[in-house]
Write a protein that binds this ligand. Structure first.
Ligand code: HH2
Length: 270
């Protein structure tokens, strides 16, 4: 039911994230942004210290930790909101959880380092397993699928099995089709339209469509600038909710909360 959908607000402490890179790099600005998203109704804050936008370069673990951990500790000192750390690296996840984070959001689905599944099991935190074809630096060069929904579902099922085999508890696993990660616009649209097939794998589903480039592919003029993609982001998010998304990863928390309220009230009035 839409009423139970959780909103994950994005707080990037990166110089180069695709939508807000550099804006919140200073610790005070990041904390102020986190406070604002909490006030707007976020259920979870997703802290990212390494951009995964197409073409982005990797960041050393020490730099990610230096950016993310003080912010996580500062948020935790004043709020009990759920916090996730958006990282592929086990050592960053470990430091973030120690500082008070609750969720490891891994765009590499615990596949970046050999010890990632074991570390996730040891930490005992919730873990988001996301599909990506390739790696951020090169993933948009020539994405190809014969059956995008089938291949993404098979990958996610296999990664969930790997996590379970390493000792991650079943109720700690969340799946994400990875909108925009090694995908053309038509792949993203098919994954949203058929998100029910991801949900049918039996785990909660996270969907991240906020301000992504497929919106500009559908509306090249209005969606050219990132701040022109809010309406498309909300449309895609609600389409995903209809198909079973349980967590929405978004930049625009207040607007998403309002859209979900209206959507949920209409659903309840049926
Ligand atoms: N998208 C981005 C980053 N992390 N995590 C999950 N689980 N799902 C997503 O769709 C997802 C994600 C996008 O990357 P980035 O370039 O860092 O930009 P931003 O964080 O502003 O969305």
């Amino acid at each position: 039911m839409p009423g139970q959908v959780k909103v994950m607000g994005i707080v990037n402490v990166t110089p180069d994230s695709f939508s807000d890179g550099g804006r919140f790099l200073a610790p005070d600005a990041a904390l102020a942004h986190a406070r604002r998203l909490i006030a707007e109704g976020a259920d979870i804050l997703d802290i990212g210290a390494e951009s995964t936008r197409p073409g982005s370069d990797p960041v050393p673990a020490e730099a990610e930790i230096a950016r993310a951990v003080p912010l996580i500790a500062a948020i935790r000192a004043e709020s009990d909101i759920a916090i996730s750390i958006d990282t592929m690296k086990p050592q960053v996840a470990r430091a973030a959880i120690a500082a008070g984070a609750d969720i490891w959001n891994d765009v590499a689905a615990l596949g970046f380092a050999p010890d990632a599944p074991a570390v996730a099991a040891e930490l005992g935190c919730q873990v988001v397993l996301m599909h990506m074809q390739g790696e951020p630096r090169t993933m948009q060069a020539s994405p190809h699928y014969d059956d995008v929904v089938g291949e993404v579902c098979a990958f996610l099922a296999a990664r969930a099995q790997a996590a379970l085999a390493a000792g991650v508890a079943r109720d700690r696993i969340v799946l994400d089709p990875g909108i925009g990660f090694g995908k053309r616009p038509e792949h993203n649209l098919a994954l949203i339209a058929r998100l029910g097939e991801v949900a049918a794998l039996g785990f909660p589903v996270l969907l991240g469509v906020s301000r992504k480039r497929f919106i500009a592919a559908l509306d090249p003029v209005g969606g050219a600038a990132l701040d022109g993609r809010l309406a498309g982001s909300l449309a895609a998010a609600l389409a995903g909710v209809e198909k079973g998304a349980g967590i929405l990863r978004v930049h625009d928390v207040a607007e998403t909360v309002q859209a979900l309220k209206v959507w949920g009230a209409i659903a309840a009035a049926r």
